[in-house]
Write a protein that binds this ligand. Structure first.
Ligand code: ADP
Ligand code: MG
Length: 259
């Protein structure tokens, strides 16, 4: 079943068109990646979907309903978001940050119930962060902050995650840990992913953006060919199926080798 359907989404910052008639679909339980060079419009498309920006034109439906007309609290119960810019104006503890994930389920000034506290505790535990619960969020490292935001998205208990380069600040062990963890949740995922090897390992399907347009769509096998990688990124590569993972593995070739 189709969960998210974006049709002809167009968005400009002033006169800079950043999303140009973008259409994409995400089915139930799919893990869909949005790839493309820096500035190709990945974050813009995601922000229009999670309602950080309002499309100039186009339609977005979530579970068959017009997302742009949906009350914010309802969309927040359905979609959990880990965005790219995540600074907060006040100094919250880790626990308080994660507890914010509960707010779409509550009314203003509702106190946390034992169940809320249990959910927050479990989310922290899953990401190996219980020991940091009382620490100041602002004083964590980039990677720790990112894990807190993922815990917050999990505490939100939605079954659709939107992620914008979620592992950007993380070293490889946390990158793998987080993608493995998200994969095990068996939720629906739409994620901008910077690293093509991570995209090949975890995604069922990919959309490739270039200058605000979707230029390719398909399985990693269809999309991640040396020729297409060259067309989009201008870099030569060797693509092989790795015997241990059964997934594609991409090696980028320096100019002197590929010449
Ligand atoms: P990506 O996430 O793929 O790196 P973005 O969606 O952030 O790409 O950016 C797409 C284009 O829109 C880029 O040319 C970028 O410079 C521009 N852009 C992004 N945010 C803004 C903004 N707040 N104001 C003006 N231009 C922006
Ligand atoms: Mg971005």
């Amino acid at each position: 079943m189709l969960r998210l359907q974006v049709n002809d989404l167009t968005y400009s910052y002033g006169d800079r068109e950043a999303a140009d008639h973008v259409s994409l679909q995400v089915g139930r339980g799919e893990f869909v990646g949005l790839i493309g060079p820096n500035g190709s419009g990945k974050s813009t498309v995601l922000k229009n979907i999670y309602r950080g920006l309002t499309p100039d034109s186009g339609t977005i439906t979530l579970d068959g309903e017009d997302l742009l007309a949906m009350p914010y609290r309802k969309s927040a119960r359905k979609l959990a978001v880990v965005g790219q810019e995540n600074e907060v104006p006040f100094d919250f503890t880790v626990e308080e940050m994660v507890a914010m994930g509960r707010s779409p389920h509550k009314r203003l000034f509702d106190i946390d119930t034992p169940r809320d506290r249990q959910i927050v505790h479990h989310a922290l535990e899953h990401l190996g962060m219980e020991h940091l619960a009382k620490r100041s969020y602002l004083r964590l490292s980039g990677g720790e902050k990112q894990r807190v935001l993922i815990a917050r998205a999990i505490a939100q208990e939605s079954d659709f995650l939107i992620l914008d380069e979620p592992t950007n600040h993380l070293d490889v062990s946390y990158q793998m840990q987080i993608f493995d963890f998200i994969k095990r949740l068996k939720v629906t995922v739409l994620s901008a992913i910077h690293d093509l090897n991570m995209a090949a390992l975890y995604c069922d399907r990919l959309y490739v953006l270039q200058r605000g347009r979707v230029v390719m769509e398909g399985t990693p096998e269809q999309v991640l060919t040396p020729q297409r990688i060259y067309e989009v990124y201008g870099v030569h590569s060797a693509v092989e199926r790795h015997p241990a993972t059964g997934k594609l593995s991409i090696t980028f070739l320096p100019a002197e080798i590929s010449a």
